[in-house]
Design a protein around this ligand. Structure first.
Ligand SMILES: Nc1ncnc2c1ncn2[C@@H]1O[C@H](COP(=O)(O)OP(=O)(O)O)[C@@H](O)[C@H]1O
Ligand SMILES: [Mg+2]
Length: 595
């Protein structure tokens, strides 16, 4: 291949593994030469250079420029030169791939040597480097920063099965990037795409409206569906964590045993009855939590004429309660002096906990959990619809995206609930792995917005455990993760390291950048230095879903994901509301409802 003189920028001085030190030629006066009428920028971090080796072209990405790029061994020699030339004359490249004819491949089979020439890449080179995506397996998310005419593509298969993380400071454009990626998938030729987006702040309802079905607590019935998470599908620990009080180990075991009894009794109601021996207190079997509460409560309150075992003594019932309304049975008060009526000496001392449990169950804010519509069991544990209808509703509709808007979920149980619902979905796909609805036949992309909220590093929570599990084994079962976070340091490291693709947007926090550089390939370490200076909506895509690490300007979605925070400056210009509204507010509070 004949090399154009104008494109020559320098010569290789040293080769250290795949890191190449280049000295620019003195005759390269400008860092912005014009070749064939096109303007080129030399020495932008993240841009490419070409090293011709016979019929092969090697390509490297610029990771350092200036004095930093001088190899250690040459520092002394270079000291004689004045500072300005130091800054412009040296560059470090990391070899990325090679091209034979029109085919570009990652990795190199040959290495250059000192004195080899280094050339600018032209549009034609870039087309070959960034192109070559299989159209039927790629999505376009924006354009390549160094050359705006080049579309930035990502390979869908790798993106989904090898997991992806999007990191960046607040306002760097993470949510927009998610919306653009999901829109690109939805708009594309993938009519059966299955994406589940966990949206803690309800940001996406508008921006992905065309392609999604939204589930929300207190839904606006015309546009959204009601989000229910049946308490009986929660593992035992999470169900207990949804109540305010605490139990000691013995009391806990006692309640666990009672729940298991209820679940075993309730399998009679199921169309297909599971094997009793496979049941645990974690099994997703509908049972009545009100009936359970009533029975636990009753046992604590009973009084007896004789001081005998409750099974053999006659209880002194005064007034019958009502489990459906959470009203306790009343008994003759126990005698304070130790005579008849006697207290139940087997009582567990859990009345305080049961009281907290009752308060929660009456709280309208928790209705999505304890009274989940058709999934709410009657006192015998019969349900109108079972877990399969919930899964159908969430995953079986005709739009590619399901948004679970968790903005209406009380924050104290957010982590527990989001973890439980991830577990519900994952377990269903795991056990159904060989079925047509399983993940291998119908892969699922799980998008976790603001993942740091419920994925704290070092925390042993159901959300951490479930996400770790999906990160490790999800690919086998066709479940992929797209994690979004502004605080990579708070994210579990094993999860981040399982992400095959990393999209790093502007990041100002040094600690966070350190965390990101730990997750990228060693040679690209230097590119992380670029992160604080990226524009909004600009990012580095590294890893399996792209051919080469790319600096990309993401498209902007037409309807930006919006945070639902009130616009203070606008609201404060309005006249103050009528003071009698405070009375109404207290009324709502006392009745535990919103309007
Ligand atoms: N690619 C982009 N081009 C132009 N503006 C963008 C782009 N991405 C995001 N923005 C703007 O930047 C702001 C923050 O974006 P957002 O996606 O909400 O950031 P984050 O989720 O990281 O906090 C929004 O106002 C959005 O319109
Ligand atoms: Mg955001």
């Amino acid at each position: 291949m004949k090399q154009k003189k104008e494109s020559l920028v320098g010569t290789i001085v040293s080769v250290n593994g795949n890191v190449i030190s280049v000295k620019m030629h003195d005759r390269v006066k400008s860092t912005m030469p014009i070749i064939d009428g096109l303007l080129y920028r030399i020495g932008q971090i993240g841009s490419f250079l070409r090293i011709p080796l016979g019929y092969i072209n090697l390509y490297g990405v610029v990771t350092k420029i200036g004095a930093d790029a001088i190899p250690e061994s040459l520092k002394e020699l270079a000291l004689g030169e004045d500072e300005r030339s130091l800054n412009t004359r040296w560059m470090s490249l990391v070899l990325i791939g090679e091209r034979i004819g029109r085919k570009f491949e990652r990795g190199v089979t040959q290495f250059p040597t000192a004195e080899d020439e280094v050339h600018l890449v032209t549009i034609e080179d870039l087309n070959v480097i960034y192109g070559g995506f299989d159209e039927s397996n790629s999505i376009t998310v924006g354009n390549i920063s160094v050359s705006e005419s080049l579309p930035a593509k990502m390979e869908l298969d790798k993106l989904v099965t090898r997991h992806c993380a999007i990191v960046g400071s607040t306002g760097s454009g993470k949510s927009n990037t998610v919306a653009i990626m999901l829109e690109a998938i939805s708009r594309g030729e993938f009519p059966s795409a299955r994406i589940l987006l966990i949206d803690p702040h309800g940001e996406y309802n508008e921006s992905l409206k065309e392609y999604s079905k939204v589930f929300k607590v207190n839904a606006d019935k015309q546009e959204q569906s009601e989000l229910y998470i049946p308490f009986w599908a929660l593992p035992f620990d999470e169900l207990m964590a949804s109540f305010p009080g605490a139990l000691n180990d013995q009391q806990r075991d006692y309640v666990r045993g009672k729940i298991l009894e209820k679940k075993i009794a309730a399998i009679e109601n199921l169309k297909i009855k599971p094997d009793v021996n496979s049941l645990t207190s974690d099994s997703p079997i509908p049972f009545s939590i009100k009936q359970l509460w009533f029975e636990l409560d009753d046992f604590e309150r009973q009084t007896f004429k004789e001081n005998r075992k409750p099974e053999t003594a006659a209880a002194m019932l005064k007034e019958k309660g009502n489990p459906a309304k959470l009203i306790s049975n009343t008994y003759e008060p126990a005698s304070p002096g130790g005579g008849s009526p006697f207290l139940n000496f087997q009582a567990k001392g859990i009345l305080g906990f049961l009281d907290g449990m009752k308060t929660r169950m009456l709280d309208q804010g928790y209705k999505f959990l304890y009274e989940p519509g058709d999934l709410n069991p009657d006192l015998d544990g019969n349900v109108k619809s079972d877990l399969d209808s919930l899964l159908c509703e969430w995953l079986g509709h005709d739009r590619p995206i399901t948004i679970l808007d968790l903005s209406g979920i009380p924050t104290d149980i957010m982590s527990s609930i989001s973890g439980s619902l991830l577990k519900i979905v994952y377990d269903a796909l795991f056990w159904g792995q060989n079925l047509p609805v399983g993940g291998r036949e119908q892969p699922l992309l799980l998008v976790l917005e603001e993942a740091h909220n419920y994925l704290k590093a070092g925390e042993d929570s159901i959300s951490s455990r479930t996400v770790q599990k999906i990160a490790k084994e999800g690919r086998k079962y066709g479940v992929g993760l797209l994690l979004v976070t502004q605080r990579p340091t708070e994210l579990d490291e094993t999860v981040l390291s399982q992400c095959g693709t990393l999209i790093a947007l502007r990041m100002t926090n040094k600690g966070d950048r350190g965390h990101v550089s730990a997750a990228v390939q060693d040679e690209l370490y230097d590119m992380v230095a670029l992160l604080p200076s990226l524009r909004t909506g600009e990012g580095l895509i590294m890893g399996e879903a792209v051919k080469i690490p790319s600096r990309v300007k993401f498209e902007q979605i037409s309807k930006a994901p919006k945070s639902t925070d009130p616009l203070v400056s606008r609201q404060w210009t309005k006249p103050k509301p009528d003071n009698k509204e405070y009375k109404t507010a207290v009324d709502y509070w006392r009745n535990q409802k919103f309007s």
